[in-house]
Design a protein around this ligand. Structure first.
Ligand SMILES: Cc1cc2nc3c(=O)[nH]c(=O)nc-3n(C[C@H](O)[C@H](O)[C@H](O)COP(=O)(O)O)c2cc1C
Length: 226
């Protein structure tokens, strides 16, 4: 697959076939992803690649705690409680696209709740990758930046091999559950979750292509003479 095909073709996948993903293929993808740049080549990332019974225990624990109303316990800072302005607009836009594709009406609180629970179950993906960083680097903004770089590289590498993925916060909102069942040591901070597997082409939300602001909007060119 050409670079442009990967970048332009990739989208978040939220519906998976149950087929297992071979460990060798995940290793190949990780090797590609880990070519990502990092601050002073610190490579602060670790990956906990989970499948089978431990993943099912995480799904069950996440669901149980969220249904019981246990407050979220993410290990990274989330900033403002709610987005506003253009950030909120973009959040709403992609939600509308996803719910539209899934045929979930705005007032259908039951189906919307079901959709949220799906996220807590890691979208029923056969594999979940928990990205952590070394706690000794806590406090550095470079470290989450580096984890973002490697995670983006990972989902692109996965796509280039026919696999689908969605980077998500939903899977690690109940971090103690993940830490316990994945056996993540205390000297690592849980950063993000990536659900991974073979895309189910019949799952409507998988065809959603999210919008981007244009190249007229994001950059400011300086010194280009116009
Ligand atoms: C840091 C981060 C957290 C995310 N968390 C979630 C999540 O909890 N649930 C979800 O369905 N998607 C999540 N996403 C996926 C985004 O919604 C998605 O990347 C965005 O809408 C752009 O769509 P695309 O990936 O299809 O291009 C997350 C993505 C990132 C990078």
């Amino acid at each position: 697959m050409q670079f442009d095909d990967v970048i332009m073709g990739r989208r978040s996948i939220r519906g998976f076939k149950p087929d297992p993903v071979p460990r060798e293929l995940i290793e190949e993808i990780l090797a590609l992803a880990m070519r990502a740049p990092s601050s002073m080549n610190t490579q602060p990332w670790n990956f906990h690649v989970i499948t089978g019974e431990p993943l099912d225990r995480i799904r069950a624990g996440n669901t149980e705690r969220n249904l019981a109303g246990v407050p979220h316990s993410r290990e990274f800072r989330t900033g403002a409680e709610r987005f506003t302005g253009p950030h909120r607009d973009r959040q709403v836009q992609v939600a509308k696209q996803l719910f539209g594709a899934m045929g979930i009406a705005r007032e259908d609180t039951e189906m919307r709740h079901d959709w949220v629970l799906r996220g807590f179950r890691q979208f029923d993906a056969p594999v979940c990758v928990i990205v952590t960083y070394d706690r000794i680097l806590d406090g550095s903004d470079d470290t989450p930046f580096d984890c973002g770089a490697v995670s983006t590289a990972l989902v692109n590498a996965a796509w280039s091999r026919g696999l689908g993925a969605v980077i998500n916060s939903q899977g690690i909102m109940q971090s103690p559950v993940v830490r316990e069942h994945a056996g993540i040591p205390d000297d690592q901070v849980i950063m993000k979750s990536i659900a991974l597997g073979w895309p189910d082409e019949t799952f409507p939300a998988n065809s959603v292509v999210s919008e981007r602001k244009s190249v007229d909007e994001a950059p400011t060119f300086v010194g280009f003479g116009d």
